[in-house]
Design a protein around this ligand. Structure first.
Ligand code: 9D3
Length: 261
């Protein structure tokens, strides 16, 4: 029951903030998520407790040293006593998708190595790391925020963590489509009305409108998500409607403003 995650990081206080707020905090409080941090600094030798050193070959920046990081990883593994999987969050990794989150959430306890500076000694990847994962093609200052992202995403998949929202199943990407638009009170704001169908009480019409919006927005914003996905006849009809309404509103100035109907 629940999930165990350990982070190997020079900034344990940063990583632990994910356990202090929101859904992840609730999961920790209810014993469904156990998160602990291991600081290479605590495994460093010598009076200066060095964890980083200059790169062989020269150049700017520092590199995290093999031995203190290896020993912190070993301590993290010992604490879960049993099988574990070690991932390294790094710009060299494959981009993380929901299927990776699912796989990691269902696997053994996870040890996450967070790099700082220019990165970790490459030999750590050879001997200690099973898998390298990235958030995407932009530059962060270290792996901690990426680890927190993965922890948050995994926690949402623990049975019983999400409340009656029961959103894990309805979320964007769990069914491969973007979410539909959402509205709450008041009914009119900034001269914009809530789409009439949402206050009609017609649950069938509401479900179809939402599905149509999801399909249409995915087609417009993330066509890559629709390629290689079979639409059933209802979905095909709804998307065709959305597409022809889009074209109509682009051609007929009078139709602009009716698009959210
Ligand atoms: C400016 C430094 N770059 C030299 C050309 C390389 C570099 C080293 C270390 C870039 C970023 C980092 C720190 N990043 C991460 O640890 C990291 C990360 C990221 O930067 N982007 C997306 N996903 C991730 S996961 C870990």
């Amino acid at each position: 029951m629940g999930m165990r995650v350990a982070a190997v990081t020079l900034f344990p206080d940063l990583v632990m903030t994910v356990a202090r707020w929101g859904v992840t905090a609730r999961a920790v409080g209810r014993g469904l998520l156990e998160l602990d941090c291991w600081n290479p600094r605590d495994f460093a030798r010598g009076r200066h407790r060095r964890v980083d050193d200059r790169p062989y070959g020269g150049g700017p920046g520092m590199v995290m040293m093999y031995e203190p990081v290896r020993d912190a990883i070993a301590a993290a593994r010992d604490a879960v006593d049993g099988a574990s999987r070690t991932i390294h969050l790094s710009p060299q990794g494959r981009k993380i998708e929901q299927c990776d989150i699912r796989r990691l959430a269902h696997g053994p306890p996870l040890v996450m190595l967070c790099g700082r500076y220019e990165g970790v000694d490459e030999r750590l990847l050879d001997t200690e790391v099973d898998e390298e994962l990235s958030l995407g093609d932009y530059v962060l200052s270290g792996g901690e925020l990426a680890a927190m992202v993965v922890i948050d995403a995994m926690t949402r998949l623990i049975p019983g963590v999400l409340g009656h929202e029961d959103s894990a199943g309805a979320d964007s990407f769990s069914d491969g489509l973007l979410d539909c638009p959402h509205f709450t009170r008041p009914e009119t704001v900034a001269e914009r009305q809530v789409p009439q169908v949402l206050i009609s009480g017609d649950h069938g019409a509401i479900r179809r409108w939402r599905l149509k919006q999801s399909l249409g927005r995915t087609w417009e914003r993330r066509p890559d998500l629709l390629r290689g996905r079979d639409l059933d006849p209802e979905e095909r009809t709804l998307l065709d409607e959305y597409m022809s309404e889009r074209v109509a509103s682009a051609v007929d100035p009078a139709a602009i403003g009716e698009r959210s109907e």
